[in-house]
Design a protein around this ligand. Structure first.
Ligand code: FES
Length: 154
């Protein structure tokens, strides 16, 4: 069930669009802001609020990399595995992070500090390999830079 605050925030967004369904992404962002991720129940509640089907909302929720359909850690590492990053050494960065944090793509550390997710391109192709942690971009990555980067996110 959506909270009154979530409903208020969603309705503020709805006022900016001609149709309720145009608010779908914003509604997902509102709920994720309050809960950290989007559960199946939340998808259903958003669908009811926007007069959409559950499948329609779920198709939007699962299309976007930064809408999380499972619980995530406090910090989200989005590691680019796109073509440029692949060519420029993404695999060694992935292996280093994976070993250091004992994580594979889609997993969260036991202490909930990090979740590691793949992303297809971060727009940093000319400075690849690249990753994001939350809203911070890092590029020209080497394994030697990873420890210092991760230390910023306690
Ligand atoms: S392919 Fe990695 S930033 Fe574009």
């Amino acid at each position: 069930m959506l909270t009154d605050k979530e409903k208020d925030d969603i309705h503020k967004e709805m006022n900016q669009y001609p149709y309720p369904e145009a608010t779908c992404i914003d509604a997902l962002k509102v709920v994720q802001y309050h809960r950290g991720w989007i559960s199946d129940d939340a998808v259903e509640d958003i669908a009811n609020e926007l007069k959409m089907t559950v499948d329609e909302v779920d198709s939007v929720a699962t299309f976007y990399t930064r809408i999380y359909r499972k619980p995530v850690g406090r910090n989200i590492i989005l590691l680019c595995d796109g073509t440029s990053c692949l060519v420029m050494g993404y695999e060694s960065v992935y292996e280093y992070i994976s070993k250091k944090l004992n994580l594979k793509f889609g997993e969260t550390t036991d202490d909930k500090r990090f979740t590691l997710l793949p992303v297809s391109c971060l727009g940093d192709c000319d400075h690849s390999p690249a990753l994001m942690i939350n809203d911070d971009h890092y590029n020209n990555l080497t394994v030697n830079k990873i420890d210092e980067i991760l230390e910023k996110y306690l």
